[in-house]
Design a protein around this ligand. Structure first.
Ligand code: TRP
Length: 434
């Protein structure tokens, strides 16, 4: 029975995999730079408020839909009506599109690990980054290499592949991160970075900040493309989805804050700009590493950490599509993985080239990479989350009291799932499409 549905070996394995899915480039690369763009501590407060309240509902709902239907995302929608298959299919489509830019960034990380080994003396990292992202051969090779590593784990199946990756890579991640935080906090003027992170200036609050925080929260928790739904469908006995959801939110937030404490003191200590955008990690940090004693060792450690986090997230992005292929197309896990590898490569390669040879090719006024990033986080993920809340709340009639003991909180959950979260998402989509 090659295609029999897999199950987690333990509740711990499931939680570790979900945390592994959540903690990734979203925490280490995206969170600090978005926070830097929205002025630091205020954004952190808005983000915390959103991730600890609103996001809990779709997170629990997505896991619950997987667990209750015991199906991958297309099958979960189909269990209500065959017509809804198309809506379910939006999930793997979104996953393929997310993969296609996520793996490009993963490729950059691998390049920086290699760079740390062979060329520790580069001193203009902004220039290096520009040259590298414009070089068609290296960006393609590293993108495919990173995709290959993640597909390798996915092809081996959830027990042999995904659990192993998470059991080994996540603890490694935590250890290296703590080491780098200690290092960063001992830099001169580190307190300025902490002040920037934790002392809010509430005059900077604006509507866009709420939207940016919500978008970041969905991305970082991996909500809205069927990854958690698929992971939830591998749960058999686990009764406490809410506990798992809190563990995911808590650890994801902890990793994001730790990433901030690692990055901001260093930025301030070296007099750099916190709002330098998406290049924050790839331009600013290596520049910092190059100025400190044994910087290349620190750089290698950092980018290894980032690749570990990105691999466990990359696996989760791929798993939703692999599961859909296995169950819909009746392919073996190996064949599904190979098929997905081909599809993702065919989009990821043009995306990786969009900084160089394909830079003049635009979709809706954006380069391929930027378009994929924009279309998934601002449109498809909120849309999928909206459909998921409707599926869970209105069709599958999932109720808070199924998982929550406190009656009052369970009622709020029901209200949130059926009305509050969908309304907020419609509002977000409206803003995104304008
Ligand atoms: N959450 C991951 C991160 O923070 C990325 C990720 C993994 C993801 N699986 C996902 C994002 C599913 C959206 C949907 O890097």
């Amino acid at each position: 029975m090659e295609n029999a549905r897999p199950n987690w070996t333990s509740r711990f394995a499931f939680i570790l995999a979900s945390v592994g899915s959540a903690v990734g480039l979203g925490n280490i690369w995206r969170f600090p730079y978005i926070m830097g763009q929205y002025g630091g501590a205020v954004f952190l407060f808005v983000y915390l408020a959103i991730i600890l309240t609103i996001c809990f509902i779709p997170l629990v709902a997505e896991l619950a839909v997987g667990k209750i239907t015991q199906k991958e995302c297309i099958g979960a929608y189909e269990s209500v009506s065959p017509k809804l298959k198309i809506i379910g299919a939006l999930n793997p489509i979104t996953g393929i599109l997310i993969s296609s830019f996520y793996f490009v960034v993963g490729g950059w990380i691998i390049n920086y690990i290699v760079l740390g080994f062979i060329n520790p003396s580069v001193n203009d990292y902004a220039q290096y980054f520009t040259n590298f992202t414009q070089n068609p051969v290296s960006t393609c090779v590293y993108t495919i290499l990173f995709l290959f590593i993640c597909i390798f784990f996915t092809a081996r199946g959830i027990k042999k592949g995904i659990e192993f990756a998470n059991n080994v890579l996540m603890p490694l991640f935590a250890v290296i991160l703590v080491g780098l935080i200690i290092f960063s906090l001992n830099l001169p003027n580190a307190y300025q970075g902490l002040e920037y992170m934790f002392k809010p200036d509430f005059s900077k609050i604006c509507p866009q900040m709420f939207l940016a925080a919500l978008g970041q929260a969905l991305f970082t928790l991996s909500i809205g493309m069927g990854a958690l739904l698929t992971y939830g469908s591998y749960i058999k006995e686990d009764k406490s989805i809410t506990k798992s959801a809190y563990t995911i939110i808590f650890s994801d937030t902890l990793f994001a804050i730790m990433a901030g404490i690692m990055i901001f003191p260093a930025i301030f200590s070296f007099g750099l700009e916190p709002n330098s955008g998406a290049g924050l990690v790839f331009v600013t940090l290596p520049h910092i590493f190059s100025q400190i004693p044994h910087g290349n060792i620190v750089a290698i450690a950092f980018f290894l950490l980032l690749s570990a986090a990105a691999i466990t997230s990359g696996i989760s992005i791929l798993e939703a599509s692999v599961a859909a292929f296995i169950e819909r197309l009746h392919l073996s896990r190996m064949k599904s993985s190979i098929l997905l590898f081909c599809i993702v490569s065919s989009i990821a390669i043009p995306a990786s080239l969009s900084f160089g040879v394909l830079s003049s090719f635009t979709i809706a006024g954006r380069g391929i990479f930027d378009f994929l990033d924009f279309a998934t986080s601002n449109l498809l993920m909120p849309l999928n989350t909206l459909f998921l809340c409707i599926l869970a709340g209105w069709f599958l009639k999932i109720k808070g009291k199924m998982f929550i003991n406190n009656e009052f909180i369970a009622k709020i959950f029901d209200l949130g799932l059926k009305f509050i979260v969908p309304i907020i998402l419609v509002f977000l989509l409206y803003i995104g499409l304008r």
